[in-house]
Design a protein around this ligand. Structure first.
Ligand code: 3AM
Length: 284
């Protein structure tokens, strides 16, 4: 699965994009195809520290879907693992949230694509565990994909809940924070938090949480929109279907996909949106 050849011969024009959870990400040119790729460079120490196993890397290779960033190849170069992926030229959803106000129609469009990816993963017994806007990558052709398999957990059908703590953000479901057993619905909670983030341009409780979302939830209740009346009942209902502490009440990705997306003006359909191309950050 991991190639021992020197990737420096195969990929040129390496350009630094940013630093992710596991290490630097670069844009590069594939000399064989002339096409752009993204390369995630992960040190072996980091893989060991985060207890990422060969099995988890295999999860990336096996699970291919239109709404999941496509993993292409991996190379071992010294003490670094290079993961070569498709290049997403629209950057992360978090950048769009920071730079623009998304309409309900755009939120519906992005949500549908994310849910398709999550439904695919959950049907294959995989929990993402780190759904947040910086892990949703975009392409200027309008594609929206889930990224960062680093923290994924592969589950077997018999073992549909597990209790290891992997992610560490304000997007985490309460049961993940407290280390209780959990299942795929934790991704739906994080997806709901991301929904609020798309609407309000900030994740709820963002300034006060960092590590203690459960305490904040206990004190202030389930996160809600600050000004719900500015938004359609569709959007409010949709978010409340995701943000349920009782997992029986929380909808699955498949169920949420059945919801007809309606924009603020009541229009149906949510096509026709693409982000601007990402900005270059220089050479590295
Ligand atoms: O630092 P920023 O937000 O500009 O979007 C990811 C983030 O960029 C980007 O690498 C940075 C560190 O994670 N990134 C990750 N995977 C990518 C990919 N496949 C990617 N950019 C394009 N294509």
């Amino acid at each position: 699965m991991v190639k021992m050849e020197n990737p420096m011969m195969k990929y040129t024009n390496l350009e630094y994009i940013g630093r992710g959870t596991f290490g630097d990400v670069c844009k590069a040119l594939d000399t064989a195809t002339g096409g752009e790729v993204a390369i995630k460079k992960i040190t072996l120490q980091e893989l060991i520290r985060r207890e990422v196993t060969f099995k988890e890397l295999m999860v990336m290779k096996i699970n291919k879907h239109l709404n999941i960033v496509n993993y292409l190849k991996s190379y071992l170069l010294g003490d670094e693992l290079w993961l070569v992926m498709e290049y997403m030229d629209g950057g992360a959803l978090s950048d769009v949230i920071n730079e623009t106000h998304m309409s309900e129609r755009e939120i519906a469009a992005v949500s549908r694509e994310c849910l398709q990816g999550l439904d695919f993963l959950h049907s294959n017994h995989v929990i993402h565990r780190d759904v947040k806007s910086s892990n949703i990558l975009l392409r200027t052709d309008g594609s929206v994909k889930l990224a960062d398999f680093g923290l994924f957990a592969q589950l077997t059908p018999e073992q549909s809940r597990q209790s290891s703590v992997a992610s560490t953000s304000g997007w985490m479901a309460p049961e993940v924070v407290t280390g209780q057993p959990y299942g795929p619905k934790v991704d739906i909670w994080s997806f709901g938090i991301m929904g609020i983030e798309m609407v309000e341009r900030e994740a709820p409780y963002w300034k006060e949480t960092s590590g203690m979302p459960r305490l904040v939830i206990a004190r202030r209740g389930i996160p809600k929109l600050l000004q719900p009346n500015l938004f359609s009942p569709w959007l409010r209902d949709f978010l409340s279907c995701c943000l349920q502490t009782d997992k029986e009440q929380c909808w699955s990705a498949k169920e949420l996909l059945q919801v007809k997306c309606k924009g603020a003006a009541g229009e149906t359909g949510c096509e026709g949106w693409a982000p601007p191309p990402r900005k270059s950050k220089g050479i590295r």
